[in-house]
Design a protein. Structure first.
Length: 481
């Protein structure tokens, strides 16, 4: 049986009582104090009086037991119980301030932890945002570009255009157009714009951008060439002159654009026209690609018929016998002009000056003139015939200061195909006043050409026709048709 520790001061008395009489089951203190005492039987009240050696004084009511008297039995073992003689006030005055400090500090730490947790939660919790009508959950630190990728790249990039607006690089424009909460973002800063604090973003296709470019002032503005009219005489009637102004140059395309004109360029005007002999039976016979082996025989035929002609020579043929032939041509009143230095061989493929570089084009012409001057000791005629008859405007703009006129033709005998002499003669017989006739003294066997002339010229002379040089023909007025 356990001790009854509730009332140690009555221990002996209780034990004595236990031996004397079975004790009723113990009730909770509250019950004992509040209920049992008032209802105690008369014999129970008599126990203390019957106990031998005990004071006859009535037992103090349990309710009078000082509360402090029980304190030592509820303290932790080993801890000394403060003496009742110690002043409780003095003890309280040394412990209460430290408890308060600790309590306040603890509260502060707890509050700080709570605040930190709230802030951390706020900063790291995902955000919900509508991307092109689709609700996405994104990290709070996400950017516009993150949303673009998370939404599956819902827009197509623009392109890079050159300064003329032509497509230069596909997909090199802005990646997308982003509208954040109804506000369209600057494309250059859109990608890194944070999403936090916003509720919706819409992506539409990127826009085209123009290539980077440079702008320079006081730059030459190249003049153009106007190719006007019809006819075998191709005469420069107005020399071109470059202008100046502000030029924009595309850094990728290299294209140039005139932004502002300081002085206007003046176009070259290359006019095609006809000599107007007003019905006079005048014809210009022309021979290309010589001098050649048969040129002297051809010169004999012309001489015998009192006919003058124009020879468009190939410069690199004018040496040795060729130089002598050219001298004879000049001596007998013919006109010697150039058909270029080597018939636009090499890069020109022997047919077209425009296949050559600008520098080569000029050399072809100047060396052709020089070869004639070297052979004859005289300045040549500054008209020419372009190889293949090809003299596009871009060549004109490059050589217009070297050449007075390019000479075409009205009648093509196609003698270079070596048709029968009678067919060449027949072509010659159909000339009209002011015609320029194309034939060849070089480039191969020209026996048929010579024979055709031998047939036709006497008949034409008899019929009143006169054969003049190009220079003589160009003294006539011109007409447009
Ligand atoms: Zn030719």
């Amino acid at each position: 049986m356990s001790h009854d520790n509730d009332f140690p001061e009555n221990h002996d008395a209780l034990r004595t009582r236990t031996h004397a009489r079975p004790r009723p089951a113990k009730k909770p203190l509250a019950t004992q104090e509040g209920q049992r005492i008032p209802t105690r039987r008369a014999d129970e009240r008599a126990y203390p009086l019957e106990t031998p050696g005990r004071s006859s004084e009535p037992r103090a009511p349990r309710a009078q037991v000082p509360t402090d008297s029980r304190a030592p039995y509820t303290r932790a073992p080993g801890k000394p119980h403060p003496s009742r003689s110690q002043t409780p006030v003095a003890q309280t005055s040394t412990s209460r301030p430290s408890k308060t400090v600790f309590a306040v500090a603890g509260a502060c730490v707890a509050l700080a932890l709570v605040l930190f947790s709230v802030v951390h939660w706020q900063s790291t919790r995902p955000i919900d945002i509508m991307v092109n009508g689709q609700e996405l959950q994104m990290p709070r630190t996400a950017t516009v570009n993150d949303a673009f990728e998370a939404a599956g790249s819902p827009a197509t990039a623009g392109n890079m255009l050159d300064i003329d607006g032509e497509l230069l690089q596909e997909g090199s424009g802005t990646a997308y157009t982003a509208t954040l909460d109804g506000h369209e973002l600057d494309p250059s800063a859109a990608a890194d714009t944070p999403l936090d604090g916003h509720t919706s973003i819409d992506f539409t296709n990127g826009v085209d951008v123009e290539e980077p470019s440079n702008v320079a002032e006081n730059q030459p503005i190249a003049h153009g060439v106007q190719d006007v009219g019809h006819g075998p005489l191709h005469i420069v009637t107005q020399k071109g002159q470059d202008g100046s102004g502000t030029i924009k140059t595309g850094q990728v395309s290299g294209k140039q654009q005139v932004i502002e004109v300081t002085s206007d360029p003046v176009d070259t005007i290359m006019k095609r026209c006809y000599p107007d002999t007003q019905g006079e039976k005048v014809v210009a016979l022309t021979f290309d690609d010589g001098p050649w082996d048969d040129t002297n025989e051809l010169l004999d035929v012309l001489r015998d018929n009192g006919a003058k002609a124009t020879f468009f020579t190939v410069g690199n043929r004018i040496s040795g016998n060729g130089a002598d032939t050219v001298k004879r041509e000049v001596a007998e009143g013919h006109q010697v002009a150039t058909h270029t230095w080597d018939h636009a061989a090499g890069d020109g493929q022997s047919v077209n000056l425009s296949y050559m570089s600008a520098e080569q084009q000029r050399e072809e012409i100047t060396k052709g003139f020089q070869a004639i001057e070297d052979a004859t000791g005289q300045k040549p005629s500054f008209v020419m015939r372009a190889p293949g008859g090809n003299f596009p405007t871009e060549v004109w703009s490059n050589v217009e200061d070297l050449v007075v006129a390019d000479i075409g033709w009205d009648v093509d005998t196609t003698d270079w195909k070596r048709p029968e002499a009678s067919r060449i003669a027949a072509e010659l017989m159909r000339v009209t006043p002011g015609d320029i006739v194309l034939m060849h003294d070089g480039g191969g066997n020209r026996k048929n050409t010579i024979e055709g002339l031998r047939i036709a010229l006497p008949k034409l002379v008899q019929d009143g026709w006169k054969f003049v040089t190009i220079d003589e023909l160009m003294k006539y007025p011109t007409k447009d048709s």
